[in-house]
Design a protein around this ligand. Structure first.
Ligand code: SF4
Length: 313
């Protein structure tokens, strides 16, 4: 069979993050999730209260990440967890829980410095909101990026203002776009998070999101299928009005991912297609499928349809 090479230099039918990651860093590198104890302006009243309707932030933390430990403790626990799997390993400190640029600059500096103090930590991945990136904070992150790898993960979730209001995000599409541009201007890698399947959105909307991303200086994207998590406002909305939700079956979502990829610029690296909250926290949909099994499904579909990322751009 003919082996085809795509613009990102492999026969994989989309621009795969794991391949990019391996070429970026020498040797084995692993992200260690950290909960640095930051809050979120959409919970403490600065921007809103109650948070985004789908958010139960505890679902972001892996088992080894314990908020009772300080940053150094969490890094040591993470290293103990991963170092038993591989003899030599280096790490990126992944500030994952809540909004990790939502604090005074000096506190942020101390937190990032604490993570980098461990000699095997070679970079920072910082998850935050588009409206938590003042020029002062971007300057700080740029300063760090001059001495180590830095990436910023941005919760964009939707490119429809109506949806952002409905899910109580507390920021606008314009703010998301401005944040992406500002991060790129500082030559820092950005990763945009999108949720596919939010109430009121259609497949045509999701395809338009791929097109919008393609027109922005986006480095990578993480897609998530909408899941209803226990303990969230959305769980109550789902209980009271399930007719307002159109949760994906696994095959339906795999097909949508293929359509999304076809309209996504080949330059944008794809980090993931699905969420992976612990099953005990998920109300619906419960696919009972591992990430790698879903990836295999998308790979198979792309091959069967002889399609690839950016084919319909
Ligand atoms: S999803 Fe992020 S921004 Fe929204 S409430 Fe949760 S922590 Fe805050």
């Amino acid at each position: 069979m003919e082996i085809r090479e795509f613009p990102w230099g492999s026969d994989k039918r989309y621009n795969d993050y794991s391949a990019w990651f391996r070429s970026k860093f020498e040797g084995k590198v692993q992200k260690i999730s950290i909960d640095a104890g930051f809050s979120c302006p959409n919970r403490d009243g600065s921007k809103g209260v109650g948070g985004c309707t789908y958010c139960n932030n505890r679902s972001f933390n892996p088992d080894y990440c314990r908020i009772e430990e300080n940053i150094t403790g969490q890094i040591l626990t993470g290293i103990r967890f991963f170092s038993s799997k591989y003899a030599t390993m280096r790490y990126l400190a992944y500030f994952q829980a809540f909004s990790n640029t939502f604090a005074p600059v000096e506190i942020l500096r101390q937190s990032y410095e604490e993570a980098l103090r461990h000699p095997e930590v070679i970079g920072l991945v910082i998850a935050t909101r588009p409206d938590c990136l003042s020029d002062e904070i971007l300057e700080l992150l740029e300063e760090f990026s001059e001495r180590c790898y830095v990436a910023i993960e941005l919760g964009i979730e939707s490119f429809r203002d109506e949806t952002l209001q409905k899910i109580n995000r507390g920021h606008s599409v314009a703010e998301s776009m401005a944040a992406i541009r500002k991060i790129a201007e500082r030559k820092i890698d950005n990763c945009t998070h999108l949720i596919l399947g939010l109430p009121g959105e259609s497949d045509a909307d999701f395809i338009s999101f791929a097109e919008t991303l393609s027109g922005l200086p986006v480095h990578s994207v993480k897609l998530h299928q909408l899941q209803i998590h226990k303990g969230t406002r959305m769980a109550l909305e789902y209980r009271d009005h399930p007719e307002n939700f159109n949760l994906f079956e696994v095959d339906q979502y795999a097909s949508l991912v293929v359509r999304f990829l076809e309209h996504l610029s080949p330059d944008i690296i794809v980090q993931r297609f699905v969420s992976s909250a612990p099953a005990s926290m998920v109300i619906a949909p419960n696919w009972g499928m591992k990430n790698y099994e879903f990836v295999a499904k998308v790979d198979k579909l792309l091959k069967e349809e002889d399609s690839w990322q950016g084919r319909l751009m």
